[in-house]
Design a protein around this ligand. Structure first.
Ligand code: NAP
Length: 485
């Protein structure tokens, strides 16, 4: 199967924070891969912008290093990198100052798509919007891309939204959640709404429960100070897991367009019940030998009450999902690095094969990482003459197998999302009201445990999380799926 590359129109992309970690690891290599694939044509330009003093050549050297380190082994024709570098420029600029803005305004062209990527701390978003406006770069052709975290609660998210809304219409604002750029996430919509097979069964009558797991093996590492102010709820659940939940649970949109898809996602968030204290488990990882310190050691605060793990049972109050719980969990220093959604169907209402055939359920597993793909567990007869014994076998749709060598060409999330910005397609970006609704749901829970001074449970590094999280499922007669790569 050959993936089609449709070149985008010429554009100027300014990366505020062009010398930062995100630009180095994700944005610049993603742009190079799209260039290599032939999607960036003509005189498109990528302009790095930051306070440090760099010549264009120095910034190109930085870009070269970032691509060599983070390109993921993409093979391009000889000379592609040199050619890509001719599209790279740099402007020294301070988001909070006046220097550099006139130079930037001169560099970006009026008569083409202009995108400004705010790859800087959110506290600078408002100032950047203001400066772009002051220097005549905030007209209707301009798009801005903003990174997470989009606020730390509803109040701060509203401030950010209001700051951007002063100079930009919602249709110009692209709030990134890179989970939405993953191939599998879009395939989830294709599977749900492009097939007759699943949608009639996609409700509480046939689905017992749904599990969403995002587990990491790493601890907080060098991000301890930042992470400790955030925790798993703010860092992962309010955004990434929430987006996955929305796509799984939403009603079919009338069209696959930004307004229709985002309207349906918003309805899901608004239908979420508050999660009672008993349906919520928070944890902190313990040390793993002398090499791997505990969460409290990693963040340098032995009295920290921030969670590196969270598990919860979420209910959606609408007709489709009444009675079907969604169990979500995410954490650091767990057994394996994996992101998956498991849709666990109910057992057949009556087993004609008798009790000795065992209990069997169909499970649709959607894997986001590693090995993006889907797997449908189907019950069949165990081969052989031993009578009617049943066994569950997977129908595997790993993209790497299904697409063959072209699977390597599947763009990563940042590649897809940046190209969507240039194409002006907001479907895979979060709308302001979605983000606010997600905070409105998360805030009372966070305030609850902060007011009570709840202490997170501890869990062993390399485990599946705290014991109490297992109990969350056991008491409902269910169990978590194994965390495995
Ligand atoms: P970083 O490594 O600290 O880089 C910050 C960048 O912003 C640098 O290029 C810095 O360059 C520039 N900068 C700082 N103050 C500035 C100012 N006043 N005016 C203009 N430029 C300024 O941060 P990062 O990790 O790249 O993260 C950037 C944003 O992405 C943050 O909002 C972060 O939360 C988000 N994010 C990052 C990651 C990641 O993996 N790194 C993942 C998801 C989201 P100068 O110091 O030279 O100005």
């Amino acid at each position: 199967m050959v993936s089609r590359v449709i070149p985008v129109d010429e554009f100027d992309l300014v990366i505020f924070g062009g010398t930062g970690d995100l630009a180095r690891r994700k944005i610049l290599p993603a742009l190079f891969r799209r260039f290599c694939a032939g999607q960036m044509e003509g005189k498109s330009r990528i302009i790095g912008a930051a306070r440090s003093d760099h010549s264009t050549q120095e910034f190109r050297d930085f870009v070269t290093e970032s691509i060599r380190e983070f390109n993921g082994g993409t093979h391009c024709e000889d000379g592609t990198l040199e050619s890509f570098l001719t599209h790279i420029d740099y402007v020294q600029i301070d988001a909070l100052g006046t220097d550099g803005w006139a130079e930037l305004a001169e560099k970006v062209e009026e008569k083409r798509i202009r995108a400004f990527y705010f790859s800087v701390a959110p506290s600078l978003f408002g100032a950047l919007a203001e400066r772009l406006h002051e220097h005549g770069m905030a007209d209707s052709d301009t798009r801005i891309v903003v990174e997470k975290p989009f606020g730390r609660d509803l109040a701060s998210a509203k401030v950010l939204n209001a700051g951007l809304a002063q100079h930009f219409d919602e249709s110009q604002i692209y709030r990134i959640d890179h989970y939405l750029g993953k191939e599998t996430v879009q395939n989830l919509m294709a599977v749900r709404f492009g097939n007759m097979l699943f949608e009639p069964l996609w409700n509480s009558q046939y689905i017992d429960h749904i599990q969403i797991t995002v587990s990491e093996t790493v601890g907080v590492g060098g991000r301890g100070e930042y992470y400790d102010k955030s925790g798993a709820m703010r860092d992962m659940v309010q955004n990434h897991l929430m987006q996955l939940l929305c796509l799984i649970a939403m009603e079919p949109p009338a069209k696959f367009d930004p307004a229709a898809v985002r309207d349906e996602k918003l309805k899901v968030i608004r239908a979420l019940d508050p999660v009672p204290q008993d349906d919520l488990v928070r944890g902190q990882y313990l040390a793993d030998g002398p090499e791997k310190e505990s969460y409290l050691q990693d963040v340098g605060d032995t009295s920290s009450l921030t969670e590196s793990y969270i598990a919860m049972k979420v209910k959606i109050s609408n007709w489709r999902w009444a009675g079907t719980p969604f169990y979500m969990r995410t954490g650091k220093r767990l057994k394996a690095r994996t992101s998956e959604i498991a849709v666990v169907f109910k057992e057949t209402p009556h087993s004609i094969f008798g009790p000795e055939s065992g209990n069997h359920r169909n499970i649709l597993t959607i894997r986001l990482q590693p090995n993006e793909g889907m797997e449908l567990g189907v019950t069949i007869k165990e081969p052989g003459p031993g009578g009617m014994r049943l066994v569950d076998v997977p129908l595997d749709m790993t993209f790497a197998d299904a697409l063959g060598p072209d699977a390597e060409d599947v763009p990563d999330a940042y590649e897809r999302l940046i190209m969507d910005v240039i194409r002006g397609n907001q479907t895979l970006f979060m709308r302001g009201d979605e983000v606010e609704a997600a905070w409105a749901w998360a805030d009372p829970m966070i305030e609850g445990w902060e007011d009570r001074g709840d202490k997170p449970k501890t869990y062993e590094s390399g485990s599946t999380g705290p014991e109490e999280a297992l109990m969350l499922m056991h008491r409902d007669g269910r169990r978590w799926r194994e965390i495995r790569t």
